[in-house]
Design a protein around this ligand. Structure first.
Ligand code: OSB
Ligand code: MG
Length: 370
């Protein structure tokens, strides 16, 4: 693949509702889309999911897009990238910045798929026709508001509910949801907000038959999670703590988690995510695909990964209208009557990128040519 142009589109997209986690709140997401174009004119699209601030990880849309501009784009434009494995080898000199690498890798994969007539699901070894869609619900102003949102999402057909928790907002909301909706598939995500000193609360949460507790302890910890995991019956799922395949192997040896939330942007790419899925399956670790409030572009890659046979829990991949008034892809991602999303089999990401809508939210554009 001879890439002749790499472009970044900086957009500002308003979320339909505020999304609050233990590490902060988002109302408007800075979206950076990557477009690559090869010498024959074919294109590929990817998405940078880094947020305004270094809260979920150290990456921000600003620092990571600078890494793309100054270091990744020159690599892609100056040497011939044979395939996406070649891209990974070439960018391995850059330490860290998995979100920046993922954004460009996605664009190259989409391009490769379009050139070869393969879907992203084909490329990652996906086998399912549809994937199970769960929904992630942020921290609300009141328990009533939360319960009413859960009701709406269940009516829409979502197959599993995840709520965000933090100290002071944990047992009470879980109890309220159980009291109102009974034994629905329910899990919680703390984004690292607790410590082992919070055992009392964590033990209480353990009594609610949750599918899992996601990232209860520090974002970079594996040891304390292994201690906690021995004290709880609810499975521990790790998100932030698993940044590489090596982390997953250490977590396995230590017994830090029973389940892993696989996000391509956190582990440095779609192919890295595929490796982690395959290893999780081999080790008997449960797996599902997480999200980062993606637009329809990033969502396409999540759907493709979720069609992998190693995925055995519902995913944080909701329909476009859960976050966006108007998504930037056609067709937008739609929930089926089964609470699933269909896996496209057309070449590349399988949805059209609406450049007219990109223009509407565009703040800045950057491009580099060979
Ligand atoms: O921890 O899974 C998380 C969103 C932004 C940052 C971190 C997380 C999330 C979500 C939302 O939970 C998942 C989604 O619907 O995209
Ligand atoms: Mg999480």
């Amino acid at each position: 693949m001879e890439i002749r142009r790499l472009e970044l589109f900086y957009l500002r997209m308003k979320l339909r509702d505020e999304f609050r986690t233990s590490f902060g709140s988002v109302q408007e997401r800075p979206v950076v889309l990557v477009r690559v174009e090869e010498k024959g004119g074919e294109e590929g699209w990817g998405e940078l999911v880094a947020d305004h601030g270094p809260w979920y990880s150290y990456e921000t849309y600003d620092t990571s897009s600078t890494i793309i501009r100054n270091f990744i784009a020159p690599i892609v434009l100056q040497r011939e990238i044979q395939d996406v494995y070649d891209f990974h080898a070439a960018v391995s000199r850059i330490r860290g910045y998995p979100m920046a690498k993922t954004a460009v890798e996605e664009a190259l994969l989409d391009l490769y798929g379009r050139l070869e007539g393969k879907s992203i699901a084909d490329i990652v070894g996906g086998v399912r026709k549809e994937i199970v869609s769960g929904v992630s619900i942020g921290i609300k102003r009141s328990i009533d508001q939360l319960v009413s949102e859960v009701e709406t999402r269940l009516e829409e057909g979502y197959r599993r509910i995840k709520i965000k928790i933090e100290p002071g907002h944990d047992v009470e909301p879980v109890k309220a949801i159980r009291d109102r909706f009974g034994d629905i598939p329910l899990q919680v995500d703390a984004n690292g907000a607790y410590t082992l000193r919070d055992m009392q609360v964590l033990r209480k949460l353990d009594n609610y038959g949750l599918l899992m507790i996601e990232q209860p302890l520090a974002w970079d910890d594996l040891v304390e999670h292994s201690i906690l995991s021995r004290k709880l019956t609810t499975p521990i799922c790790l998100d932030e703590s698993i940044k590489t395949l090596g982390d997953l192997l250490v977590a396995y040896k230590l017994g830090s988690c029973e389940i892993v939330n696989v996000k391509p942007a956190r582990v440095g790419g779609i192919l890295r995510a595929k490796e982690i899925l395959e290893t999780a399956a081999r080790l008997g670790i449960g797996a599902w695909i997480g999200g980062m409030l993606e637009t329809g572009v990033g969502r396409a890659f999540l759907v493709a990964l979720a069609s992998h046979p190693a995925v055995n829990y519902p995913n944080d991949i909701s329909a476009s209208d859960r976050y966006w008034e108007e998504d930037i892809v056609e067709p937008p991602w739609k929930l089926t009557s089964n609470g699933t999303l269909e896996v496209p089999r057309q070449k590349g990401i399988g949805v059209e990128v609406r450049t007219d809508l990109i223009e509407k939210s565009l703040v800045e554009k950057w491009s580099a040519t060979k």
